[in-house]
Design a binder for this molecule. Structure first.
Ligand SMILES: C[S@@+](CC[C@H](N)C(=O)[O-])C[C@H]1O[C@@H](n2cnc3c(N)ncnc32)[C@H](O)[C@@H]1O
Length: 343
């Protein structure tokens, strides 16, 4: 497939090479009846699909499917087709009405009629496609006008099977690869981006002791052109913000408590980096370093919806001037070096 000149330099011949170029059906020959994300992230995936599937009793194609399509129990469907490589995984998937074994890297043509689905899903698998431009175009072909292509991914992968450009692109930039796949298909509205990041990891998870937050859930999604279809804003999936009255009351007591108005956790004294670009006139600020603060967690999703991937704010407080401000962060680790006083 010809890629437009704008993108040809990036998606060069080697971009879709893999460490393991062996046949995919051999790699996926043993069933993996495991979860690829932690329970909190899986619940977010399910809620996201439930929120965006607005069609009554949609016909769904789960591309690169396994034993779980992550469809909410309350979502009634008219037809669910799973296309994947492992027959046992597909057999174990209780939501599937039809199961299709098909290697998309050998033949990206989807064995379905034009305009036969309302929703095409692809969950934690886009990184394994060696011919994504063709697959996205095909997804557009099999979608009805106004239908949705929803591509969900995280930051875990089988490195030997992920394509080189995905591995070499930083996590926060991978949304742009997926946006390119959509754009080149030529049959989608402008894609939107969703990110859920920094939510608490479930206590029973095997990595819980490491202090890691839940696996991030990224999604890029767009309607097929040809019919207007409004879908709800996935911000509705975010953990609830604190009650405004409580936030206001905490804000009023901030000068004496030094506790975050949004989560109630004690702020930490932080040295403002002195660079020619520093905008704050204070030498120190007090920052909320709670990684689960709703102000920070919600910020990632809100900013991603506006096209600012992987970026949020920590709450900062200038004690001398009794002023609250938003301090931008790109990662949870960032700014921690500046903490001068732990409590
Ligand atoms: C990480 S799993 C994700 C499975 C499922 N979508 C989920 O959300 O749990 C990747 C899946 O992609 C499928 N897959 C990998 N390469 C494929 C290919 N070339 N053609 C079709 N499916 C493929 C595999 O069968 C495997 O089940």
């Amino acid at each position: 497939m010809r890629i437009s000149d704008r993108l040809g330099w990036l998606y060069h011949e080697k971009a879709f090479a893999r460490e393991d170029e062996g046949a995919d059906p051999s790699f996926y020959a043993s069933p993996r009846l495991v979860s690829h994300l932690d329970a909190v992230a899986l619940a977010t995936v399910e809620s996201l699909i439930g929120a965006l599937a607005v069609e009554p009793r949609p016909a769904i194609l789960d591309l690169m499917a396994s034993w779980d399509s992550h469809l909410p129990a309350r979502l009634e469907t008219s037809r669910v087709v799973g296309l994947g490589l492992n027959p046992v995984e597909l057999e174990q998937n209780p939501r599937l009405d039809e199961r299709v074994l098909h290697d998309l890297n050998v033949d990206p043509t989807l064995p379905f009629a034009d305009a036969s689905f309302d929703l095409v899903l692809n969950t934690v698998s886009v990184d394994y496609l060696t011919r994504p431009f063709e697959v996205f175009r095909e997804a557009g072909r099999v979608l009805r006008p106004g239908g949705l292509l929803l591509v969900i991914f995280s930051n875990r992968l089988f490195p030997e099977k992920a394509v080189r450009i995905w591995r070499e692109t930083p996590e926060s930039q991978r949304v742009h690869l997926v946006e390119d796949f959509f754009a080149e298909a030529g049959c989608f509205e402008r894609p939107r981006c969703f990110l859920s990041r920094g939510q608490p990891r479930p206590a029973q998870d095997r990595y819980a002791g490491l202090g890691l937050p839940s696996d991030p859930v990224w999604a890029v999604y767009a309607n097929r052109l040809g019919a207007a279809r409004v879908r709800p804003d996935p911000e509705a999936l975010l953990p609830p913000a604190e009650e405004p009255a409580l936030v206001e009351a905490r804000r009023a007591r901030l000068p004496e408590t030094l506790c975050c108005p949004h989560c109630g956790e004690r702020l930490l004294k932080w040295a403002v980096p002195q660079t020619p670009f520093t905008e704050w006139d204070a030498e120190h600020l007090y920052l909320c370093f709670n990684d689960l603060c709703p102000y920070l967690v919600r910020g990632f999703t809100v900013m991603a919806a506006q096209g600012n991937a992987s970026f949020s704010y920590r709450l900062g407080y200038d004690r001398e001037r009794d002023r609250v401000s938003a301090i931008p962060v790109y990662s949870l680790r960032q700014l921690r070096d500046g903490i001068v006083e732990e409590h």
